[in-house]
Design a protein around this ligand. Structure first.
Ligand code: NDP
Length: 316
């Protein structure tokens, strides 16, 4: 029987996951289809019931359902429990297991960005949504000692800090109000900056002023594009990377969980690049309205490879 894997989101039409997962199934001889399910929040419980059927191998979960999925599955992995977000579901019989593969995806991207340098111990994170939760948990478990979270709506950053209260009890995790001057002074004493907001996804804007950036920074933007932030950071001499590796490796981890086989990374990366060249840049389901001409306007390289995601934009 052909198995089914679905991406549940709302909307999902712009997701990049479909391009890489179907190609990976086909390449590895896995008899499965990857379908996009646009389900409004009210339809989520029914979608989860359907997933329990024998024909389903599992699912991916995206905006706006990652947090809502937590109480709907039967068991959570440590990473899903800690982040309070599920982006991948596997099956044990009819039981649903919730995973968060954004966390290993982020860790892989961070390791590649840091390279041979010493892993920093202080970070500034912009954003407090689902992506930021995976980032903050990845940093805590990596041994960071000070993480400052800035978010447009401060209460959401405070909620994130509270959520990680226990796992961050040994270190300093703080929410701060979004003021350019405060961000600039925090960045002056920080080595790592992660953008986990969606600023720069649909417009050529940067979340912070270029003057706040300096040459000692490592800058990771979760957005899968050479955003204005990355271009300005590279111009300041910083080492930069976009969201490609995180996206690729969260998808590869999900593929391995569903199939028990290692993912064909090169092929998946190639499919992502093709989708990006076609104008897609959102890792999630946001209605981007971003077409190839906009991508061109911000100077994207459609043929960027894994290494070039880090190296080409680096001004080292
Ligand atoms: P959420 O919707 O959960 O969070 C969005 C975040 O962006 C919030 O912190 C929000 O602030 C902030 N934000 C949005 N618009 C503005 C604005 N105009 N001004 C200031 N802040 C703004 O999304 P996710 O956390 O899931 O995703 C965030 C980004 O990370 C997206 O671009 C997504 O594509 C990317 N991502 C990439 C991944 C990858 O694998 N590369 C994985 C996961 C995410 P507020 O709370 O104040 O509204």
């Amino acid at each position: 029987m052909t198995k089914r894997v679905v991406l549940i989101g709302h909307p999902v039409a712009h997701s990049l996951s479909g391009a890489m997962q179907q190609a990976a199934f086909d390449d590895q001889g896995v008899d499965a289809t990857y379908e996009l399910w646009d389900r409004a929040p009210i339809a989520l419980p029914d979608a989860v019931t359907e997933l329990r059927g024998d024909d389903f191998l599992g699912a991916n979960v995206t905006i706006p359902h990652k947090e809502r999925m937590v109480p709907l599955v039967d068991r959570l992995t440590e990473e899903a429990h800690a982040t309070g977000a599920v982006n991948t579901i596997t099956k044990e019989g009819k039981r649903l297991i919730g995973h968060n593969t954004d966390v290993p995806g982020f860790r892989f991207a961070l390791d590649k960005l840091v390279g041979k340098q010493k892993m920093p111990r202080q970070a500034v994170v912009l954003g407090a949504g689902g992506g930021a939760r995976a980032v903050v948990y990845g940093l805590i478990t990596e041994g960071f000692q000070r993480i400052i979270v800035f978010n447009r709506h401060l209460h959401r950053a405070e909620g994130l800090v509270k959520h990680f209260g226990r796992s961050a009890s040994h270190m300093e995790l703080r929410a701060m109000p979004w003021h350019d001057s405060i961000i600039e002074s925090e960045l002056a004493r920080t080595k790592l900056l992660v953008n986990a907001t969606s600023i720069g996804l649909t417009t050529d804007e940067s979340p912070i002023p270029a003057e706040a950036l300096h040459g000692d920074l490592l800058v990771l933007d979760l957005i899968y594009a050479k955003t204005r932030l990355l271009r300005e950071a590279a111009a300041a001499g910083a080492t930069v990377a976009d969201g490609e590796l995180m996206l690729l490796h969260q998808g590869a981890a999900a593929f391995a969980l569903w199939t028990g086989q290692p993912a064909p990374l090169d092929l998946m990366q190639q499919k992502l690049a093709e989708a990006r060249a076609g104008g897609l840049r959102s890792t999630e389901g946001e209605p981007t309205g971003v077409a190839a001409d906009t991508a061109e306007a911000v100077g994207e390289e459609p043929d960027a490879s894994v290494d070039s995601a880090v190296a080409a934009a680096s001004a080292e």
